[in-house]
Design a protein around this ligand. Structure first.
Ligand code: AMP
Ligand code: MG
Length: 414
């Protein structure tokens, strides 16, 4: 069969992202145990169900006192009580008195200041000297200072981080309403491909994309289904593509370009997938295409392993995060200084695989392009920390240029 390829109308990366995100609403909410929520997005506002602290407490180990009593140091006060966290103070402070108090313990009545133990001189069990003045209110945590009953402490769409989990535990949410995760299927395409469990054949090309895309999906907390390898015939493709349409998101790599054996887009058309764009002004990743059928999103990623991964980062990742209800959709970017000149093709954004290093004397991270920038060389993704962005109108950047770089998974460590 011969493919008919009309001239593609190329979009910019931003317009392609907008096209995709314009078709996405968060998936339905579900209620799951707190222990399973890391990386998900909240589907509800969360409110405090008590004041914290529940009463005025000490922020330090030291002495609770009346500021007026130690306004003219040195002053010696009588220690009338020991108060630990969890105790209830029995006595109210009278002039000339103080109480030994531990961090988190409730303040006794009459006390308006805490003096940390390092700023005191204990004389004996019941007497302590205060050699320096301390401002009224020092080292007291006021009731409700951290949260007040009824306060919204977390908002819908917020990413659940370890800090969020701690906050949810603080307001006693044993279960949490989050947006459902998308079900993702991954399909590779090409007669030349050898599956991971196929016998070794040096004439074949090992299927890297199924697994790289799997790992990129897993990095968002989603366990995808691998549908395997579709061979380069429309029938073989149609069978597996139809299976893929039972998922929320189908990722297909290979066969989306202009070769006569690139059957993916024509075959999608025969099974009623509506294509919204084909070809984006970027490199690597130019032949990427996107379609929908019902609520299923279909991404046709280029076969070259680097192209497929770079397109995942630009298009699939924000789509999956939007489906999961996240508000922050894109990887963080940071300005970097290029250690080498990089070339780019006029009219296309170039994503340069680069490693980051930091010269302590410098304000910027340095980005060094990986040895190979071939879109066929998966090792350039293995060693990269970032995708350094060469804008589409630059025609390349000189060494020492400052440019934006997108962090890749794992780049937060040094
Ligand atoms: P295609 O997009 O099908 O024209 O493929 C472009 C290049 O990517 C060819 O060299 C393919 O052999 C290679 N390729 C396609 N799919 C994969 C895959 N799943 N894993 C590794 N390389 C692939
Ligand atoms: Mg192919």
């Amino acid at each position: 069969m011969k493919n008919t390829h009309t001239a593609p109308s190329e979009l910019s990366v931003q317009d392609a992202q907008a096209c995709i995100l314009g078709k996405i609403r968060p998936l339905a909410p579900e209620e799951i145990p707190l222990s399973q929520t890391l990386g998900r997005a909240l589907a509800e506002d969360v409110r405090a169900n008590r004041d914290l602290p529940p009463y005025n407490t000490s922020a330090m180990d030291g002495y609770a006192a009346r500021a007026a009593d130690i306004a003219a140091p040195p002053q010696i006060l009588n220690v009338i009580e020991d108060i630990k966290a969890g105790d209830t103070p029995r006595l109210a402070l009278q002039p000339g008195q103080c109480a030994r108090i531990m961090t988190g313990a409730p303040l006794p009545q009459g006390a308006d200041t805490v003096i940390r133990v390092e700023d005191t001189r204990p004389l004996d069990e019941t007497h302590v000297e205060f050699p320096i003045p301390v401002k009224q209110g020092t080292d007291i945590r006021l009731q409700g200072e951290a949260m007040r009953t009824g306060d919204v402490v977390l908002n819908v769409g917020e990413e659940i981080t370890p800090g969020t989990v701690g906050t949810l535990a603080t307001v006693k949410h044993a279960t949490v309403k989050v947006f459902r995760k998308p079900r993702v299927a991954i399909l590779s395409n090409g007669d030349e491909l050898e599956a991971l469990d196929d016998p070794f054949n040096p004439q074949k090309i090992p299927d890297a994309n199924s697994y790289a895309l799997m790992a990129q999906t897993q990095s968002l907390g989603i366990e995808p289904a691998l549908l395997g390898i579709a061979r380069d015939t429309p029938n073989a493709l149609a069978t597996l593509l139809k299976r893929g349409l039972g998922y929320d998101v189908l990722l297909i790599s290979g066969g989306t370009s202009v070769g006569v054996h690139d059957h993916v887009r024509p075959t999608l058309a025969t099974i009623s997938v509506e294509m919204h764009f084909w070809c984006v002004k970027m490199r690597p990743g130019h032949p990427v295409a996107f379609g929908t059928i019902g609520n299923t999103l279909v991404f046709c990623l280029p076969g070259n392993p680097v192209s497929s991964m770079v397109c995942f980062e630009q298009f699939v990742l924000p789509a999956l995060r939007a489906l999961m209800g996240h508000r922050r959709l894109l990887r963080r970017t940071l300005p970097v200084r290029l250690t080498q000149a990089v070339k780019s093709k006029q009219g296309r954004v170039e994503f340069i695989r680069a490693t980051l290093s930091r010269d302590a004397s410098e304000g910027y991270y340095q980005a060094t392009p990986t040895a190979s920038q071939s879109s066929g060389n998966i090792r350039s993704m293995a060693s990269a920390d970032v995708l350094a962005i060469v804008p589409n109108d630059s025609g390349g950047l000189t060494a020492e240029s400052i440019t934006q770089a997108q962090l890749l998974e794992g780049a937060a460590f040094q």
